[in-house]
Each structure stands twice: as structure tokens, then as C-alpha cells.
Write a protein that binds this ligand. Structure first.
Ligand code: IMP
Length: 223
């Protein structure tokens, strides 16, 4: 029991001028896929679903930085309406370089996981793409992890581990792993906004948006 994602059709695109968006982003983006209003309302429902599944239990939310920071903040806001209490912490994980998953999971704050012992852990993620981050055969330099971040968390003996992701991407590269709670299933496109970045930019765009060719070129990583 969890939340099935809303299916976003392959051709769902809103023109930039159909929603409010800061002018500074207009040249770098081509369209909006999911508006901030839809995101907000969906998260309110996800919080309700989470509350029902964990009824009467303390949840330990583990926010995966940096991408999930917006989603996490809004989820916490809506969870706070309910009587059950919860704790949380943050872990920084990166496996992405530009627009392609690198397949190498980098975790710089493994010590945070000492806090999950005996807890009902809910991992809060921005997007599941290949799912290497969550459950792939990845490694921290000097240490091999089987089962990605979930595998690593399990080594610290939590009571349970579930995941919630705002987005899941429909891609053939997904390794079969899907989150327990998911906001939207999106087409296989690179998206930015609402926490998601392109080379560390566009995280503060309020909507889930698609970049323009000009924006992609402008902020390409210099080799
Ligand atoms: P995965 O390991 O391939 O599932 O990728 C998960 C991580 O890659 C996410 O937490 C994001 O940080 C990043 N990512 C995947 N797809 C996108 C995207 O379309 N835009 C921005 N970041 C993405």
C-alpha cells in the first residue's frame, strides 16, 4: 500500500506564458510540464497517504539532498497537519553529471545513517530515473554498496525502509525499482525546477520544466 503516480502524458507541455514564471528563466526553458499548483496539491495528498500507511507510528524522514529539498519541505508542512510526530535528517547523494546518470553513488555523510537504527525510515527523493541511486550496484569510493542507498540504509538495521519520490521517469534504463509513494510518472525527458537542477542551476524554478536548447548549451559543464 502506497501511492501510485499520476501519469503525465508524453505530450503534456504548457507554454511558459500560461503560468507565472520569473522572467530570468524564460530564455533557458522551453515549456512547463507540471505547474507548481499541481505539485503542491499532489504533495498534500501524498502526505495523507503517508499518514494512513504509518498510522500511529513515528516516521523518520531521510531527505536526499540536494534535489529533494523543496519536496521535503512541502511534505513536512503537510504531514504536520496530522497528530503523528516524525523526525528527520538529511543525506547528500549525487550520481548525476549534467543530464546523464553516472552510475557512481557518492555519499558524503554516511554518519547520518547511524540515526536510522530501529526506525521506520521514509527516504524522500526528488526523482527516480535509472534507480541506480536507490537500488543500483553503486559504490562510495573505497566501499562497495549493493542495493544503492536503500542497501546502505538496511545495513544500519532500521525497523522498515520505504521511499517516496515526487517524480518517476518512464525510461528503459530503470532497473525495476519503483518508490512506494510516487507523485507523478513523467515521460523520458530531462526536467528541472522544484529542486531539480541542470549543473546546479534552475533548482528554484517553481514548476517542473523542460529546458530550451539555448539553456542547455549556455550552462553546459566546461570540460
Ligand atoms: P537515478 O539514480 O538515475 O534514479 O537518478 C536519481 C537522481 O538523478 C535524482 O535524485 C536526480 O538528482 C538526478 N536526476 C535524474 N533525472 C533527472 C532530471 O530529469 N533532471 C534533474 N536531475 C535528474
Amino acid at each position: 500500500m502506497g501511492s501510485e503516480p499520476i501519469f503525465v502524458p508524453d505530450d503534456q507541455r504548457y507554454a511558459l506564458n500560461q503560468f507565472e514564471i520569473p522572467k530570468k528563466y524564460v530564455k533557458d526553458l522551453s515549456s512547463i510540464m507540471i505547474s507548481s499548483g499541481q505539485i503542491n496539491n499532489r504533495i498534500e495528498k501524498l502526505a495523507k497517504d503517508v499518514n494512513e500507511v504509518y498510522a500511529g507510528k513515528d516516521i523518520f524522514l531521510l531527505c536526499v539532498l540536494k534535489g529533494a529539498f523543496n519536496f521535503f519541505a512541502d511534505l513536512v508542512h503537510f504531514l504536520d497537519k496530522y497528530d503523528d510526530t516524525f523526525g528527520f535528517d538529511f543525506i547528500r547523494v549525487s550520481s548525476y553529471d549534467g543530464r546523464k546518470s553516472t552510475g557512481e553513488l557518492m555519499i558524503t555523510e554516511e554518519h547520518v545513517l547511524k540515526n536510522v537504527v530501529g526506525k521506520d525510515v521514509l527516504v524522500v527523493e526528488d526523482i527516480v530515473d535509472s534507480a541506480l541511486t536507490m537500488s543500483g550496484l553503486s559504490y562510495i569510493p573505497g566501499k562497495e554498496i549493493t542495493g544503492g542507498l536503500i542497501g546502505l540504509i538496511k545495513k544500519y538495521n532500521p525497523e522498515s525502509v520505504r521511499t517516496i519520490s515526487l517524480l518517476t521517469k518512464r525510461t528503459d534504463e530503470n532497473n525495476g525499482y519503483q518508490p512506494d509513494f510516487a507523485g507523478f510518472s513523467i515521460p523520458n525527458e530531462f526536467v528541472v525546477g522544484y529542486g531539480l537542477d541542470y549543473n546546479q542551476r534552475f533548482r528554484s524554478v517553481p514548476h517542473i520544466a523542460i529546458m530550451s536548447e539555448a539553456g542547455i548549451k549556455k550552462y553546459e559543464k566546461k570540460k
